[in-house]
Design a protein around this ligand. Structure first.
Ligand code: CUA
Length: 323
């Protein structure tokens, strides 16, 4: 009994630490109306659960104390056998049913605002091509940005999620709920960022060995700044591609990690040998190791930019045929 109490006391003592490490009980501060709607639903459901929890646990403890076996009661004695109480049964059926119905109505009323059904005009459409193990953001004007999504503030966006290999799930908790990217279909996630800032997210669907590294950042910028950036595109597409696509498996400097070391492999600076490897991956039984087709769907300029970056910053050997 003493040990049990000590364990319970220890568990209680650890609660504040666990809560703080988790960022508290609440979801992160929302940066969209969708996030606010999710937060509202969260707190209403949380409050309902808290009330039920306190009522039931209080009754439980009171009953345990009030109807405990007294010192003079024989061990085999049975309590009074009570069969049926219509009024009580009606009450304990009706109250939970009404409570659940109220929660359901509230959630259904809130759902449209969670889904971000925009009344703010035509949304900015960004195609999100998910791959093992990165996100490729493709803007209507052709600008591509691996892993880093830039958005204008106060303008509705529609992310068109597709997958080129397995199931992934796009999730940036401050912006909205998660949505799966599924091969063979397009799922659309709409929301409107209501403040500027950088918001971190990750893939929320176990998609392979480097699933944990499939992170993403969303930078919400003032409208003008965003338009300026969009007109110019990413500053160093080659470096950004290397970091998002290659480095996660092959190491930041190509020194090898889960994937083999490639820093001095001439194949990575030869367009003829690199292109098919990127576009089709490596999945032959005769060659050891598997590599997903990470470059499927890339425009040629992305391959060029990647090779340029690799030549300048990664490749350690003699350039093939170079003087
Ligand atoms: Cu993609 Cu996990």
């Amino acid at each position: 009994m003493t040990r049990l109490l000590a364990a319970a006391a220890l568990a209680l003592a650890l609660v504040p630490g666990a809560l703080a490490a988790n960022g508290g009980l609440a979801p992160p501060t929302p940066a969209t109306p969708s996030g606010e709607a999710i937060l509202d639903v969260y707190w209403v459901v949380f409050a309902a659960c808290a009330v039920v929890f306190v009522l039931i646990e209080t009754a439980l403890i009171l009953f345990i104390i009030r109807f405990r076996r007294r010192a003079h009661t024989p061990a085999e004695a049975e309590g009074p056998q009570i069969h049926g109480n219509t009024r009580l049964e009606l009450i304990w059926t009706a109250i939970p049913a009404l409570a659940l119905a109220a929660i359901a109505v509230f959630v259904f009323v809130k759902t449209p605002s969670v889904l971000g059904a925009s009344d703010g005009g035509e949304p900015l459409r960004v195609r999100v091509e998910s791959h093992q193990f990165y996100w490729q953001y493709v803007y209507p004007n052709g600008v591509i940005s691996p892993d880093l999504l830039r958005l204008p503030v106060d303008r509705p966006v529609a992310l068109e999620l597709v997958s080129l290999d397995v199931n992934h799930s796009w999730w940036v908790p401050e912006l909205t709920g998660k949505l799966d990217a599924i091969p063979g279909r397009t799922n659309v996630l709409e929301f409107t960022p209501s403040r500027t800032g950088t918001f971190e997210g990750k893939c929320a669907e176990l998609c392979g060995v480097e699933h944990a590294l499939m992170r993403t950042s969303v930078e919400v910028l003032p409208d003008q700044e965003f338009e300026q950036w969009l007109a110019g595109g990413v500053e160093d597409l080659g470096e950004q591609t290397w970091d998002a696509v290659c480095a996660k498996c092959h190491g930041p400097q190509g020194e090898g990690d889960y994937g083999p070391a490639i820093a001095s492999n001439p194949a990575i600076v030869s367009k003829e040998s690199l292109t098919p490897l990127l576009r089709e991956g490596q999945d032959q039984e005769t060659v050891p190791g598997y590599m997903p087709a990470v470059g499927e769907g890339w425009p040629e300029r992305q391959i060029d930019a990647l090779i340029e970056h690799v030549e300048a910053a990664v490749f350690e050997g003699e350039a093939p045929g170079g003087g």
